[in-house]
Design a protein around this ligand. Structure first.
Ligand code: ATP
Ligand code: MG
Length: 398
């Protein structure tokens, strides 16, 4: 029996004249991700993509599961299902369905059959195929009942050019747009819960990611850095490889704490972060910054504070978590696999010197007056000189 994975895409189908380039990007990405798993072909036809083992190669169950996992983690695909390919006649379709679907049919009580007849030359109409296949399944699995309104499982028979594909149930996949279809952004990645989610949300909309992590060694530890590397690795399982820039803020933190009013400390630090990130973004062809900020979450995330931090950069700053409650962010963090790593208890450079009474409604001129007490440009340049780059390569299919 030949088993394949059928991938359905969502928004790409609406892309009109550009559709073909989006499809090509998605297929290229899938091929790349599958290349480390086995010899799979990626074939586009009739608004779907088929992933199938190449002639002469039989994947074992692990390789097939890994390929399925890759398909469901690739942005641009909204649903995936495993299908068996039957010859295009009712005898083959019925015989194969009984064997291939046996386990699923034993585990449910009700079903319905839906047939899609993409190949209009097939002699039977879709209603007739559904009726005939339904009758065969009822005969072989006598405990089953047909329920067309709310079936436990929908058996699908898709009659396409090359074969009839049989499946039972499809699974929602990642959705979104293929990574790389909407430019590149630089994610400010801390070890917290929010920023990995923010990166994932932008990657879902087709944005390729680079990331910057600010540390303040020895106030922050190597474990804190390892944690951020692990978070980047998990996000890369969805977003593709990520170049992680690690920049030291130690000197900046020390200078700020010696020279500036404590109440402004976090805001000043965040202005340094945004400014340095902006410089890295320009150098690496990133067209926007991405942060995990959420409206009102902490003092530095009030509307006025965000305005003050944004005024150090001259590119768009995307904050996809801005309207989400923490609980909602956590639901996504769990879904994408970052939550357990994010809650490991290592310090962040923002939390090393925290003011007791941070300004929640800062005024830009007062912030700038405080900032003038240190040599902003020299400190920013010195921090940039400390930059290390770590290439995060994902392990696809795990
Ligand atoms: P997270 O928002 O990732 O859960 P957090 O809530 O502890 O972490 P905040 O103090 O809320 O972090 O910081 C707001 C945003 O600033 C983060 O979402 C992240 O984009 C950025 N940021 C904070 N600390 C760092 C850091 N050390 N390196 C890079 N970016 C950072
Ligand atoms: Mg946060």
């Amino acid at each position: 029996m030949r088993e394949i994975i059928l991938c359905k895409y969502g928004e790409i189908a609406l892309k009109g004249a550009n559709r073909s380039s989006f499809e090509a990007l998605l297929c290229r990405e899938l091929k790349f991700r599958l290349s480390g798993i086995g010899k799979f072909s990626v074939i586009r036809s009739q608004s779907t993509i088929r992933i199938e083992p190449k002639e002469g190669w039989e994947p074992d169950a692990d390789a097939f599961d890994a390929a399925y996992n890759v398909a469901s983690h690739t942005f641009g695909i909204i649903a995936v299902c495993r299908c068996a390919a039957a010859e295009k006649n009712m005898d083959s379709i019925s015989a194969l369905s009984v064997g291939y679907l046996a386990q699923t049919m034993q585990s449910v009580k009700t079903f319905k059959v839906e047939t899609k007849r993409a190949d209009k030359r097939f002699p039977l109409h879709s209603g007739d195929v559904s009726a005939e296949l339904g009758a065969v399944l009822l005969e072989h699995f006598p405990h089953l009942r047909v329920n067309v309104r709310e079936p436990d499982v929908v058996v699908k028979c898709e009659i396409r050019e090359d074969a009839a594909y049989i499946s039972a149930g499809q699974v929602h996949a990642a959705g979104g747009m293929p990574v790389g279809s909407n430019g590149k952004g630089l994610l400010l990645l801390s070890g917290g819960i929010d920023s990995p989610v923010a990166g994932w949300m932008m990657a879902k909309r087709g944005v390729k990611l680079e990331a910057v992590y600010f540390e303040a060694f020895p106030y922050t530890s190597m474990q804190a850095r390892e944690k951020v590397i692990e978070l980047a690795r998990i996000v890369s399982g969805w977003a593709g490889s990520i170049k992680l820039h690690v920049v030291s803020l130690t000197k900046i933190e020390e200078e700020l704490s010696h020279n500036c009013c404590e109440d402004y400390f976090t805001l000043l630090l965040r202005r340094f972060m945004m400014h340095i990130a902006g410089k890295i973004a320009k150098r690496t062809d990133c067209e926007a910054l991405i942060t995990g900020e959420s409206m009102g979450q902490v003092a530095s995330q009030t509307m006025q504070a965000l305005g003050v931090t944004d005024s150090t950069v001259d590119m768009p700053v995307f904050r996809p978590c801005i309207g989400l409650d923490k609980e909602e962010i956590i639901i996504t963090a769990r879904r994408i696999g970052t939550f357990e790593t994010s809650i490991l208890p290592y310090e962040d450079c923002c939390t090393v010197f925290t003011p007791k009474h941070p300004k929640t409604r800062p005024e830009l001129d007062k912030v700038i007056a405080e900032e003038k007490k240190v040599d902003f440009d020299a400190l920013a340049d010195e921090a940039l000189n400390s930059e290390e780059i770590i290439n995060i390569r994902p392990i696809f299919g795990k």
